[in-house]
Design a protein around this ligand. Sequence first.
Ligand SMILES: Nc1ncnc2c1ncn2[C@@H]1O[C@H](COP(=O)(O)OP(=O)(O)OP(=O)(O)O)[C@@H](O)[C@H]1O
Ligand SMILES: [Mg+2]
Length: 218
Amino acid sequence: MTLLVEALPPLQRGVFVTGTDTGIGKSVVSAWLARRYGADYWKPVQSGLAGETDSQLVARLAELAPERVHPERYRLREPLSPHAAAERDGVTLDLGDFHLPETSQPLVVEGAGGALVPLNGAELMVDLMVHLGLPVMVAARNRLGVINQVLMTLEVLRSRDLSVLGVILTGEENRVNEEAIEQHGRTAILARIPWMEPLTPQALLAASMHFDSTTEPY
Ligand SMILES: Nc1ncnc2c1ncn2[C@@H]1O[C@H](COP(=O)(O)OP(=O)(O)OP(=O)(O)O)[C@@H](O)[C@H]1O
Ligand SMILES: [Mg+2]
């Protein structure tokens, strides 16, 4: 199951969860973090409304009460890059439209796609991270190619002077990948979340409980 590598860092206001790609586990990592920190969840831009949205998935997995899941600022119909989905819906995303929701809990904010996904003709997801002012965690799937993907993402985040809290990997353990990411990325692997079949709240809770035998899950 999940192994402790470093204790999770304390959160002030919250954390922005970005990733190396779409579909690599940002929502699963966000659900896990929400449970671990006792945090609220916010997905600023949801692209694609067919089926379960990210807010619904995270609420289900982390068993969050509805008031702990803040409404998306944009709900775009097509499962495309935000700039393209917005264009299809006839809207233009603007950084000034995004404000952190009010809450007394820490907040887990999930991006869409990776750090360099366009929001509009001029701005990228990484600009939203700077705008919101939260430190960042990088979610990635532990598979061939992950070292390069994580290191490139870290370069982008640091080029904007964002505070990087660390990396969370999903999937099989691969020590070689993890050591390379820590060494070349000058960062910590904060956790490894196992591949869960089936993906249920109980499996996520079990992953959380195995994270650190000295700490009770939230
Ligand atoms: N640890 C895991 N165990 C089991 N299934 C997983 C795990 N992580 C991800 N998955 C599967 O992969 C799918 C994609 O993961 P997830 O939705 O977390 O990706 P994402 O990076 O948030 O994608 P998006 O860019 O759409 O927000 C999940 O719906 C789930 O089916
Ligand atoms: Mg997601």
